[in-house]
Design a protein around this ligand. Structure first.
Ligand code: IPE
Ligand code: IPE
Ligand code: MG
Length: 262
């Protein structure tokens, strides 16, 4: 049944097909937390003879569509990887463009997101972001702090290894100050010291654009996450693709190392 649906999807992508796929989702078994590596903007643009920056700009439209769908479906958390701790290695013009795009996105979308009851949150070494980006982010988080709908979690200057390092530093400091004992350190305590403290681990990870790697994303949290990889470039990524990813997720058997009673 599922193969039939996705097979169909590959051939047609009309609004009717989207609706049909949407109808076939099991609303009682949606992922609570979806994480997306928004990759492929640069290649998408370069293949069209355009500067990479236009790919980033086109990617914002995809984000808009996906946030809207997650909000409609009642997904609890959507974490989007927008800028990694390694992305500073890129030319300064591209980095500046991305930081300005973030400010522009937050500025343009805030009212609508707020109106949809979306709560904006950010993870990463936020203090190292340029002042303008930091302020726009703080404003968006503060404005939407009381919302109870989708948590839009933006990973910015985020690195999984930095996150774990930061958690180790915080925990070590508390041990040093005799606030906790070494024997209190367990998985729960470590989770509570990550940037994602209080959020469930992702159930579903989506990486578009044909690369099959984690790129330092949510290293701890992805322990038992289901992966869905696609060749679709992020700027081409639309609601139908996420619906397809969720359908694939719903066809998986999650065992968490155990056995499923048949
Ligand atoms: C993702 O697209 C956006 C960021 C990493 C900021 P890329 O810019 O990585 O696009 P590709 O992977 O080079 O095509
Ligand atoms: C991951 O993509 C980071 C984001 C999408 C923000 P990259 O393009 O930076 O990853 P690599 O370099 O291909 O691994
Ligand atoms: Mg990339």
């Amino acid at each position: 049944m599922f193969k039939k649906i996705t097979g169909l999807f590959n051939r047609y992508q009309s609004p009717e097909d989207e609706n049909r796929l949407l109808q076939s989702l099991d609303r009682t078994r949606l992922p609570h937390h979806i994480a997306i590596i928004m990759d492929g903007n640069g290649r998408w643009a370069q293949r069209r003879g355009m500067p990479r920056s236009l790919g980033h700009r086109a990617g914002v439209e995809s984000l808009r569509n996906i946030v809207q769908l997650c909000s409609e479906l009642g997904i609890q958390v959507l974490t989007c990887y927008a800028f990694s701790t390694e992305n500073w290695k890129r030319p300064v013009e591209e980095v500046n463009f991305l930081m300005n795009l973030l400010v522009e996105y937050l500025h343009k979308e805030l009212d609508e997101l707020h109106g949809k009851n979306v709560r904006i949150n950010a993870i990463g070494r936020l203090s190292e972001l340029p002042q303008g980006a930091r302020e726009a982010l703080e404003n968006a988080c503060r404005t939407t702090a009381g919302n109870s709908g989708l948590i839009l979690n933006l990973a910015l200057n985020y690195g999984g290894r930095k996150e774990i390092t930061d958690a180790v530093i915080k925990i070590a400091q508390q041990v040093k100050e005799n606030k906790i004992d070494v024997k209190d350190i367990d998985e729960k305590l470590i989770s509570e010291h990550l940037y994602t403290a209080g959020l469930p681990d992702p159930d579903l990870l989506v990486r578009p654009s044909g690369d099959y790697r984690i790129s330092n994303f949510l290293l701890w949290q992805l322990a038992y996450t289901e992966f869905w990889l696609s060749d679709v470039m992020w700027p081409d990524f639309r609601r139908i693709h996420l619906i397809q990813a969720i359908l694939a997720y719903q066809s998986r058997e999650r065992r968490f190392g155990g056995l499923i009673k048949k």
